[in-house]
Design a binder for this molecule. Structure first.
Ligand code: HPA
Length: 274
């Protein structure tokens, strides 16, 4: 069996489904660094540590819990992946995207992704929430590399990768709550070193508004499998060279802690509209 492929995902789902009774999720949610507090909003939940899911290793980054929480938010059945697998940990993109395969095998047809990101757009401030309009894959890798899975498209269309209707729903939820949301393009670099100021200038020239080290593999896999995608970046810091302060993961976690309640309120209101 191919690791992190469709058959492996169906095996993982076969382990999970008997544990969750009638909670089969329609919505998958992947939480970024420091944004895992959303799991506290999940009602009637079943929690499964990643290590108990066949094919998924535990996670190794501070700010990422490493558990799948399945339950109910706002009357919708959700599968919340608190913790993700990053390229910079040495993981192949196929593993990074494997939670999306599992979510699909569990029946989810909508994906919400979130991440912590540096602000490349100079008008952004730490603590801003940005609706992801589109992305730049600057890793030049793909979870689809290798032979295509039976029944899966070889060349997925990415022209509406971040579903325009769901972006509007996010904005409606934001206005309802009085949360001002930004819009922008997310660029993924492999990391784990933060960017140089020259790289940040390059990213701005390329049309990026935010930069991070995740999300793109999961979204690529979601579009291949036909899931609709919405995403939000939490701008945790001005990207390198914009401010004077050196960048540090502690600052990322500090900012996500500060906006966690707002992020969670937005996500609950958004899920309510689905
Ligand atoms: N660069 C890359 N990834 C990040 C950043 C950043 O400035 N902040 C949070 N994640």
């Amino acid at each position: 069996m191919r690791p992190y492929g469709g058959e492996a995902a169906r095996e993982a789902a076969a382990t999970i489904l008997p544990l969750i009774g009638d909670l089969a999720p329609s919505i998958a949610i992947i939480l970024g660094s420091g944004l895992g507090g959303l799991v506290d909003d999940v009602r009637d939940h079943v929690t499964i540590p990643y290590g108990e899911i066949p094919g998924l290793p535990g996670v190794g980054v501070e700010g990422h819990a490493g558990k799948l929480v399945i339950g109910d938010i706002e009357g919708r059945k959700v599968a919340v992946f608190a913790g993700r697998f990053h390229a910079y940990e040495g993981h192949p993109p196929q593993l990074t995207a494997f939670p999306v395969r599992i979510a699909h095998a569990l029946g989810a047809r909508t994906l919400f992704v979130s991440n912590a990101a540096g602000g490349v757009n100079k008008s952004f401030a730490a603590g801003d929430l940005m609706v992801i309009e589109d992305h730049l894959n600057l890793t030049f890798t793909s979870p689809l590399t290798g032979s295509a899975e039976p029944g899966e498209t070889r060349f997925p269309d990415m022209s509406n990768a971040y579903d325009s209707a769901m972006r509007a729903q996010l904005h409606a939820a934001g206005s309802h709550l009085g949360i001002e949301l930004r819009d922008g393009v997310y660029a993924m670099l492999p990391g784990p070193a933060y960017e140089t100021p020259a790289e940040v200038r390059m990213l701005r020239t390329l049309g990026a508004d935010a930069v991070g080290m995740s999300t793109v593999p999961e979204v690529t896999m979601a579009r291949t499998l036909g899931l609709r995608v919405a995403g939000v970046s939490c701008i945790t810091n001005a990207a390198a060279g914009i401010g004077q302060a050196p960048l540090a993961h502690a600052e990322v976690l500090e900012t996500t802690a500060r906006v966690a309640a707002q992020f969670q309120a937005l996500l609950r209101a958004f899920v309510h509209t689905l």
